[in-house]
Design a protein around this ligand. Structure first.
Ligand SMILES: *Cc1c(COP(=O)(O)O)cnc(C)c1O
Length: 422
């Protein structure tokens, strides 16, 4: 498509957009009395209007039924989380038995590492990416120390090449091969939070398995953003938060994936009564008999109030489908890239796009590295109704979310940006 950086053209794209009507299904913050242009759906997704209905339903059941809500609520609480299996499995490319929702993301990664990081004298190393999201770095280090090992000699970081912003798949595969039979686990972010680079999860998973390691993914930026086939790719485990692209609200519950091949394997884990055989859960038996599926990793009864907005959001994803979201995502991200380029050709622009240009390595996010005028530009955008986020040392991340970003938003953003560049 031949793009144009004009209001008429943006309006025309909006008219052709089959998802355009969903913008009205979300609540937008206001700045200077006007609804903002919201580019931080990769940090906290906007509130779907339907979320309040789902939360109110739980609150009403609780008020009216007290403890009876566990079994007699309009959506009973004891198996509230089971409503996620089917729709979430479609979003991440899994079988329903391979996914569930519980706890929060970093907690879940810790729990999954209890099962999937089982170092031996010979096979003990973990590969992750250089400058991974801090929570992932900390939790990997402490898991390693928990096994009495030294993070410095156990964790192998894949590096970017000097002067480059993104990882090369060949370098990741090469690192896996060189660690070889010392490699216990590969754990990386499926999409890099800083640059928005989408990693080749299929190839990396395969390479990890070829040397005999487990491979798990942090899908914080991938869930609800890209198409995945976790089951077919033979991924061992994965976890994601629900409050970024999945619009489930601050600190809402996390999703996990455990591949079917591990369901009967009796892997060691941290346990609690909600992972126990469902039919026998309330018999209060002494021996743990894990559910054969992702649910077998549950510990506590579900955080229903935190799950409620997530369930509303998942219903919206299911209605629209990942294919339609991805089709718009590609066009609107490409349009944003075009508008940025057009502006750079008109005024002195001090930004560099560090997100890969290749469509298979890019999703809903474009990261701008600012040379010079940095924080001032961020503050200017925020004051002018464009909500973006700032990452040290000098990066502004823009996420045009297909559910609620319009092409006019992109055009308007371009005009505001242009006026702010000095
Ligand atoms: C957002 C994000 C997290 C957040 O973890 P919480 O436990 O939900 O606070 C972790 N890892 C990555 C890669 C993220 O992008």
């Amino acid at each position: 498509m031949q793009f144009k950086n004009t209001l008429d053209f943006a309006k025309q794209l909006d008219q052709q957009d089959v998802l355009a009507k969903y913008k009205a299904e979300f609540n937008f913050p206001k700045v200077n009395g006007e609804e903002v242009i919201y580019f931080t759906g990769n940090s906290l997704g906007l509130q779907p209007k339907i979320a309040k209905e789902y939360v109110d339903e739980v609150m009403t059941n609780w008020a009216d039924l007290g403890v009876e809500g566990h079994f007699n609520g309009s959506k009973p609480w004891w198996d509230y989380q089971e409503r996620f299996a089917e729709p979430l499995s479609k979003i991440v490319g899994a079988k329903p038995s391979e996914v569930t929702v519980m706890n929060t993301l970093s907690v879940n990664l810790n729990l999954l590492l209890v099962s999937f990081y089982r170092p031996t004298k010979q096979r003990f190393k973990i590969i992750c990416e250089e400058k991974a999201f801090p929570s992932d770095q900390y939790l990997i280090q402490e898991q390693v120390r928990n096994h009495g090992l030294d993070p410095a000699t156990t964790i192998v970081e894949v590096k970017r090449r000097p002067g480059e912003h993104n990882f090369r798949t060949e370098d990741i595969l090469q690192t896996i091969q060189s660690v070889g039979n010392e490699l216990a686990l590969v754990l990386m972010g499926g999409i890099n939070y800083y640059t928005g680079q989408v990693l080749d999860m299929q190839a990396i998973t395969k390479a990890g398995h070829q040397v005999g390691a487990y491979v798990g993914w942090d899908l914080a930026h991938a869930a609800g953003n890209i198409k995945m086939h976790l089951h077919d790719w033979q991924v061992d485990f994965a976890a994601w938060c629900s409050y970024k692209y999945m619009n489930a609200g601050p600190g809402s519950a996390s999703g996990i994936f455990v591949h079917e091949k591990h369901h009967k394997s009796n892997l060691p884990r941290f346990a609690g009564w909600w992972g126990h055989n469902k039919e026998r859960r309330f018999l209060m038996e002494p021996a743990f008999d894990p559910i054969q599926g992702a649910e077998g990793w549950q510990i506590s009864n579900p955080p229903v109030l935190s799950l409620a907005p997530y369930l509303g959001s998942v219903a919206m994803f299911n209605e629209v489908g990942m294919d339609a979201l991805i089709a718009k995502r590609d066009t609107i991200t490409a349009y944003l890239a075009f508008v940025l380029q057009d502006i750079a050709s008109q005024v002195h622009a001090n930004f560099e796009v560090i997100t890969p240009a290749e469509p298979e390595q890019r999703a809903s996010q474009i990261s701008l590295f600012l040379h010079g005028q940095g924080k001032e530009l961020f503050t200017y955008l925020m004051q002018n109704g464009v909500i973006v986020d700032w990452r040290e040392p000098n990066v502004i991340r823009l996420a045009p979310v297909p559910f609620y970003t319009s092409y006019q938003d992109i055009y308007n953003f371009g005009q505001i940006l242009k006026a702010g560049l000095v």
